[in-house]
Design a protein around this ligand. Structure first.
Ligand code: DGL
Length: 275
């Protein structure tokens, strides 16, 4: 078999949501080659233990480096919370010295810190991300005086995946999730889950105009551009043919349908097994 020569930027998520982030990245940086990996067979990650998420994340890293990725991005907030740090500190130095894996949490935290005037930041995320305290850790690192208010929104992922985001039930659930954050007089809200950007319009209709929304699908592509500029040794290794390949651990009609919706155009995916 011919060895793959092209080098890719790998984008990994627990399922479909990261396709929304990939879409933003491709819009900002259309020339690079990309590989998307969605672990749809084992999604959601948001309700799993950190040990299990770490194991899954390691398998994703193995797959993407085997596919010749020169840089991997965890588009999944849950995987970016605890697993990413362990991957960066323990797994990469041992297995892939010199290789880089980045996440979505730090870019979102940096943007939120730059936007807030009152240092009162809200985070809407999955149970796993909230419990990890990773957003608190990253935001406090930037400014220890920041007050962070988190709320887990476990019903939003299934609502979005069922295409129910415009329903009255979704509006009521969203209102319930956002109320405690609004009550804390936040001036910035991080949408700390891959899917939530899809509901930005509905979120805007509930919160005050004064609250800045941090959407990872907007922030991550810009931060990636900055990163590649600052790291020519990584940037020069990525091929530029504008190729995009999609891999999934469970190829269902739903993946192609939702994936195409999240990506904004039809996608073709290949099924693979992670182990
Ligand atoms: N991709 C996950 C995240 O951003 C949401 C879906 C899941 O729970 O797996 O946290």
């Amino acid at each position: 078999m011919l060895k793959e020569r092209r080098k890719y930027i790998g984008v990994f998520d627990s399922g479909f949501g990261g396709i929304n982030i990939l879409r933003g990245i491709v819009k900002e940086l259309p020339n690079y080659n990309y590989i998307y990996l969605g672990d749809t067979a084992r999604t959601p990650y948001g309700t799993r233990s950190k040990e299990v998420v770490y194991d899954f994340a390691k398998q994703a890293v193995d797959f993407l480096f085997a596919k010749n990725c020169g840089l991997v991005i965890f588009a999944c907030n849950t995987a970016s919370s605890d697993a990413l740090r362990k991957i960066q500190q323990e797994y990469l130095p041992k297995r892939y010295p010199g290789q880089k894996v980045l996440g979505v949490l730090v870019p979102a935290a940096e943007e939120a810190s730059a936007k807030t005037h009152t240092q009162r930041i809200g985070v809407a995320a999955t149970e796993g991300t909230v419990q990890s305290g990773a957003f608190i850790r990253e935001l406090k690192k930037i400014n220890p005086r920041t007050k962070i208010f988190q709320n887990a929104c476990p019903l939003l992922v299934p609502i979005i995946e069922e295409g129910e985001q415009d329903s009255e039930a979704a509006r009521l659930i969203l209102k319930k999730y956002l109320a405690p954050l609004i009550k804390k007089r936040i001036d910035t809200l991080i949408l700390g889950c891959t899917h939530y950007g899809i509901m930005e319009r509905q979120i805007k209709a509930i919160i005050s105009k004064e609250i800045a929304i941090i959407s990872e699908a907007r922030v991550v592509p810009k931060k990636l551009r900055d990163y590649l500029k600052k790291h020519p040794e990584v940037e020069q290794g990525i091929s530029r043919h504008g190729t995009i390949k999609f891999y999934t651990t469970d190829l269902t009609e739903k993946f192609t349908k939702l994936g195409s919706k999240f990506f904004g155009k039809k996608i073709d995916a290949q099924k693979i097994i992670l182990s």
